[in-house]
Design a binder for this molecule. Structure first.
Ligand SMILES: NC(=O)C1=CN([C@@H]2O[C@H](COP(=O)(O)OP(=O)(O)OC[C@H]3O[C@@H](n4cnc5c(N)ncnc54)[C@H](OP(=O)(O)O)[C@@H]3O)[C@@H](O)[C@H]2O)C=CC1
Ligand SMILES: C[C@H]1O[C@H](OP(=O)(O)OP(=O)(O)OC[C@H]2O[C@@H](n3cnc4c(=O)[nH]c(N)nc43)[C@H](O)[C@@H]2O)[C@@H](O)[C@@H](O)C1=O
Length: 309
């Protein structure tokens, strides 16, 4: 990407989008095109087409999506499949029509089969049934990958796909119902400590394993792939390290300074038992994560205290 390249960061106010803007500006890319969803609803085909015709960005990072944790996915399946299919269809087709040089689509490691062999290689895609709690969202993401590959083959576009694992960091969603586990537990333990509560109840059994990667690493990986990767296959982006939800909860309680008891609400879903992604492809390309979980937790809690309390 040339320094004066015109770059559209779709979803620039979100967890990933805002990290992409920070990283792009840090590296001296200042010709950024940014639109809030209230200014440009990417589900609107005509508005998206008109935007691309008038702005003609050269590069696109597609970090706009309907995103949420396990309960949000399980509660609003129609919203998750409709919004994400519409956003992807409109942005990908308009990018092709407007002659975008290169586009990176953010997917998710939830696209892989629920019981895929671990760690999960990119080749595991479509080799088995998906995790029911987020299947609509995963199907939309898989459709995005297939659309990128189809447009590359038929029209010669350069649409690449990154598959991050669970990510966290500044500007995450801390809503206790719609958020992912890591930000939710930061908030739960913080509010319990401040209230002097002696217990915190978390969802599920605590036994599932999850992998986490800091969003600043995902932004770095996205720029790396935009500059270095021309393949049509998805590329996993992760830390290659997993831990149980119970272990995560104890580590977050320690960072926050909560010393009470952790209880488990088994009426809430566990989701997929494990989804550690194989990161050898991106390692071989030359990228590795930098931010380890303990440092990331401390930094994210500091950001939460400074910005969300
Ligand atoms: N968070 C995670 O753990 C993971 C996320 N991902 C992927 O990363 C990408 C970004 O996720 P994340 O940053 O967490 O999500 P966020 O919810 O933090 O941000 C999503 C962004 O998308 C924008 N958006 C949503 N709907 C529309 C719309 N109809 N039109 C225009 N913009 C819209 C929002 O814009 P606005 O603020 O203006 O309303 C928001 O800024 C997604 O593709 C997601 O699937 C992948 C793996 C894990
Ligand atoms: C990124 C990824 O994120 C989602 O998949 P998920 O990883 O299952 O989602 P999650 O982070 O919400 O839960 C992880 C685990 O954590 C447990 N858990 C405990 N206590 C809380 C809690 O308070 N909130 C939440 N959200 N989870 C909790 C919860 O019960 C589960 O066992 C999908 O969006 C999927 O599409 C996707 O892409």
């Amino acid at each position: 990407m040339e320094n004066d390249a015109k770059i559209f960061v779709a979803g620039h106010r979100g967890l990933v989008g805002s990290a992409l803007v920070r990283e792009l500006e840090r590296r001296g890319y200042n010709n950024l095109v940014l639109r809030k969803s209230s200014e440009l609803d990417l589900r609107d085909q005509a508005a998206t087409r008109a935007f691309f015709e008038s702005e003609r960005p050269e590069y696109v990072f597609l970090a706009a999506a309907k995103v949420g944790g396990i309960v949000a996915n399980n509660s609003f399946p129609a919203d998750f499949i409709y919004d994400n299919l519409m956003i992807q269809n409109n942005v990908l087709h308009s990018s092709y029509l407007a002659g975008v040089k290169k586009l990176l689509l953010l997917g998710s490691t939830c696209i892989y089969p629920r019981l895929a062999p671990q760690p999960i290689k990119e080749e595991a895609l479509l080799t088995g049934p998906l995790e029911p709690t987020n299947e609509p969202y995963a199907i939309a993401k898989i459709a995005g990958i297939k659309m990128c590959q189809s447009y590359n083959r038929q029209y010669g576009t350069r649409f690449i796909c990154a598959m991050p694992t669970n990510l966290y960091g500044p500007n995450d969603n801390f809503d206790l119902t719609t958020s992912h586990v890591l930000p939710a537990l930061i908030r739960r333990f913080h509010e319990a400590k401040v209230a002097g509560a002696t217990t915190v109840t978390i969802w599920g059994t605590g036994t599932p394993y999850r992998e986490f990667v800091h969003v600043d690493d995902v932004a770095g990986a996205s720029l790396f792939l935009m500059q270095q990767y021309e393949g049509g296959d998805p590329v996993n982006v992760g830390s290659g390290q997993e831990l149980t939800i119970a272990d995560l909860a104890h580590r977050i309680a320690a960072v926050v300074g909560f010393v009470g008891e952790i209880l488990y609400d088994k009426s809430k879903p566990d989701g997929t038992p494990r989804k550690l992604c194989d990161v050898s492809r991106i390692h071989e390309l030359g990228w590795r994560h930098k931010i380890e979980l303990d440092q990331g937790l401390a930094d994210t809690y500091a950001w939460y205290l400074a910005n969300r309390c």
